[in-house]
Design a binder for this molecule. Sequence first.
Ligand code: PAF
Length: 307
Amino acid sequence: MKVVRSVAKMQELSRQTRSAGLTVGFVPTMGYLHDGHVSLVHLARESANVVVVSIFVNPTQFNAAEDFSNYPRDEKTDEALLEEEGVDILFMPDAADVYPPGAATRVAVSGLTDALCGAFRPGHFEGVTTVVAALLNMVQPDVAVFGRKDFQQIQVVRRMVRDLHFPVTIVEGTTSRERDGLARSSRNARLSPAQRAVAGAIYAALSAAAAAYGRGERTASALKEAARRRLEQTADFRIEYLEVVDPDAIAAVDAADERAVMAVAAWLGPVRLIDNVTLAEQALALSEGTSTAASGAATSESIHPGV
Ligand code: PAF
């Protein structure tokens, strides 16, 4: 695996790969990798010849300096993991190269960023789209892979790619979950053992709403109530939002159709957790017994030592 820090070198490697008739698959990350990232790497491997993973903790997408500095980092373990996974290039640009002195350009997608995370994290998506646009220009991939856990993010990136004609195909990876259903996230490492033990309730809440959908409930307020009741069984959560949205508009709906997504953000102590399901798909998975067991035990297994 080549470890590349220079933007010019990354662009050169990408150009060489493509002029040799090979395709580039790209997984952008902020590091502290977990099995969810590994599944995105596998998807990139299935979609392209050469796999590039970037690690860059992007300062412009954090709302609080404290969250940025507390974001977990472990370059050595990440590098070893990616090497083991057969990644071809690990791209770790410096902040001063991503944002050259005097950088004054921002990329913003309007509308899709108004609700959900966009409503509670002002400037967050502008930071994401600006850095993703920059990374796409640095890596110049044919395919870029994003995880479904960040549902609004992938929709916003898709729209940016379409509107600005980036020559890249966006591929969506399914949400990778722990045994109790908790969506894998680098932030989970900051949960205490007691918080971790109850964190699966978020997925259980989404599943409770999906079960209600499966029984024929379509009213968004009733579906939200089913999820809220389940989540409030665990007193520790502070719900930031719980919404039923149209996946293309990312706007709240009053009645759920077969494409409707329920999305949630909730705080558990100092950690903000997000998750989402397509209600109809989750209802089907529950009825077929193929969903991750919402009642399964929590697991503390981690790629990173000491977590
Ligand atoms: O999803 C993430 O890890 C980040 O938002 C991304 C896409 C790497 C941009 O910094």
